[in-house]
Ligand binder design. Structure first.
Ligand code: TXD
Length: 318
């Protein structure tokens, strides 16, 4: 069990993460910080703390507007940002349209990490994911093992869910990977997708798999469009929890995560979603898998999209 987990951003995703850490006893204490007045973080933590006798969990849960509350956290999760919501005209901002606002927030987050928990493993969730993780890397000057973006676990869970639903099987039987950037160019890797060890093509037609993979790429926007305000938050929170558990229990679990590549997959200096080993030291190893030609081309296109986003970050004068 970890001593302390810090969470920056106590909104929809942050709030579920606090609850799940408490329910699963992942750390002795939690520090949650949020800027929302009057003191939303403290209110949310008080609410959850008052419920822990019911779930028989002894854990210290502190919320505050001050970043002091994340001091000495071993893992810190960044959810601080502005989610996509449907505009009055019904359109949905793209992840990149939120870039400028979220870069400013990210700089504040980085300062807080450097001040209060400079040795923490940082899991970043805020969108645009690929850009925010890169910005954190610029500001934190951190070893790549300790800066990990959460997107691939969520995108892969969506892929698994849609495949299980179409094939009429348990989600527990479905293994699937989504790699690349966390955007429209993300790459569901069909050649790795299996149902109980059997290639998915033996269950579902190519046409249906094409439709499912398109739905995976647009799953975030689909939920945003249906909810009207905010974006998906339970599935992202649970996806982050799976990464936290892998680190907290030193599981050496292979999960798709957004990490800094250093010549793996022919990419150097960019954060891209790839399979990695997660353990007590954070990202412990990048796993290079063989992609089908069409998947490699899609992956390369996705890397180009990440590079384009990173160039916008580099140019952003905040
Ligand atoms: O798979 C993924 N990575 C994505 C991530 C999946 C879904 C949502 N994605 C993004 O996560 C979303 O677009 C947002 O950028 C973040 C957080 O989503 P959430 O739904 O939790 O957004 P909320 O409810 O608006 O919460 C964000 C909180 C909010 O309460 C703000 O007051 C707070 O962040 N915030 C801050 N906290 C601390 N410090 C600063 N500077 C700050 N700025 C905003």
């Amino acid at each position: 069990m970890l001593t302390k987990i810090g969470i920056i951003g106590g909104g929809n995703i942050g709030g579920v993460i606090v609850q799940e850490i408490a329910k699963r006893r992942l750390s002795r204490s939690i520090g949650l910080v949020d800027v929302k007045p009057p003191d939303m973080a403290m209110g949310k933590c008080l609410d959850i703390a008052e419920g822990i006798p019911v779930i028989n969990t002894d854990i210290t849960i502190n919320g505050s507007k001050s970043y002091e509350v994340i001091r000495d956290a071993q893992i810190v999760i960044n959810t601080a940002g502005v989610p996509r919501t449907v505009r009055p005209d019904g359109s949905i901002p793209t992840r990149d349209e939120l870039l400028a606002i979220n870069l400013q927030i990210t700089d504040t987050v980085a300062e807080a990490v450097l001040s209060y928990c400079p040795n923490a493993i940082v899991l970043s969730i805020a969108n645009p994911l690929d850009a925010i993780v890169f910005r954190l890397f610029q500001r934190l000057n951190i070893h790549r093992s300790r800066l990990i973006g959460m997107a691939g676990v969520l995108d892969s869970a969506r892929y698994r869910y849609f495949i299980a639903e179409a094939a009429g099987v348990s989600v527990e039987n479905v293994n699937a990977l989504v790699l690349g950037g966390h955007g429209d160019t993300m790459v569901p890797v069909r050649s790795c997708c299996q149902i109980s060890g059997i290639p998915v093509e033996e269950f579902l037609s190519a046409d249906l798999l094409d439709k499912i993979e398109d739905r995976v790429r647009n799953a975030g926007a689909e939920v945003v469009g249906l909810m009207g305000t905010g974006s998906a938050f339970v599935s992202p929170a649970w996806s982050a929890i799976e990464m936290i558990e892998a680190i907290a229990y030193d599981k050496k679990k292979i999960l798709p995560c957004c990490v800094l590549l250093e010549s793996e997959y022919g990419v150097n200096g960019y954060f891209v979603g790839v399979p990695v080993v997660l353990g007590a030291n954070g990202m412990e190893k990048v796993i290079e898998i063989k992609l089908a030609d069409v998947e490699k081309q899609a992956f390369d296109r996705s890397v180009e999209a990440v590079k384009k986003t990173v160039e916008e970050v580099r140019k952003a004068v905040i």
